[in-house]
Design a protein around this ligand. Structure first.
Ligand SMILES: [Fe+2]
Ligand SMILES: [Fe+2]
Length: 184
């Protein structure tokens, strides 16, 4: 059976594709290029649904609690820190959503706000991903026993099946298309 950290690492690689697109969109906006509102909406949809609601929720609802049960510290420890980072990323996505709406309505400050928030979000999420890949997932492989890993795998499969209107595959395809269209 595949290991839960492999699934999460795979999702990290998909999220990185979308972040390369987001950085490309920022560079193009800085250079004065016109970006269609549909591309911004698609980008927002991906980070809100796949990165935040799907990926971060899987970590928060299944991996982190299993690690906590195995003795890893939450408050003042790595899990508390990573949860706080998810919270910061969620906050940035709310701000990005407002900026994209303002941009659609022709607000003059919206373009610069999109660039600033998106760059900040991308930087923040990339360093978060690196921390999880390099430290947390390695510890998880050592700390979690086989029954715990199997139960996380089942919970992940359930989350995938209950994804919503559009499938996980749809969003993974979307990340590849966004990267192809907008990364620089
Ligand atoms: Fe995370
Ligand atoms: Fe993650």
């Amino acid at each position: 059976m595949s290991r839960p950290t492999h699934t999460l690492k795979h999702e990290h690689r998909i999220i990185e594709q979308a972040l390369r697109a987001l950085d490309g969109i920022c560079t193009r906006l800085e250079l004065g290029e016109q970006i269609p509102i549909e591309a911004l909406n698609q980008m927002l949809d991906f980070v809100q649904i796949y990165a935040d609601r799907f990926h971060h929720e899987k970590e928060e609802l299944h991996l982190f609690p299993a690690l906590q049960e195995s003795g890893m510290q939450v408050e003042g420890g790595p899990l508390g820190f990573l949860k706080q980072e998810h919270h910061t990323e969620r906050q940035l996505l709310i701000d990005l959503g407002v900026a994209v709406t303002d941009f659609r309505h022709g607000n003059e400050t919206a373009k610069q706000r999109i660039i600033d928030i998106a760059r900040n979000y991308s930087r923040h999420l990339l360093s978060h991903i690196r921390r999880e890949d390099a430290i947390l997932f390695m510890l998880a492989e050592e700390i979690l026993d086989e029954p715990a890993k199997t139960s996380i795998n089942y919970a992940f499969a359930k989350a995938e099946n209950n994804f919503g209107d559009k499938s996980v595959d749809h969003y993974e395809q979307m990340a590849a298309e966004l990267e192809k269209a907008w990364s620089v």
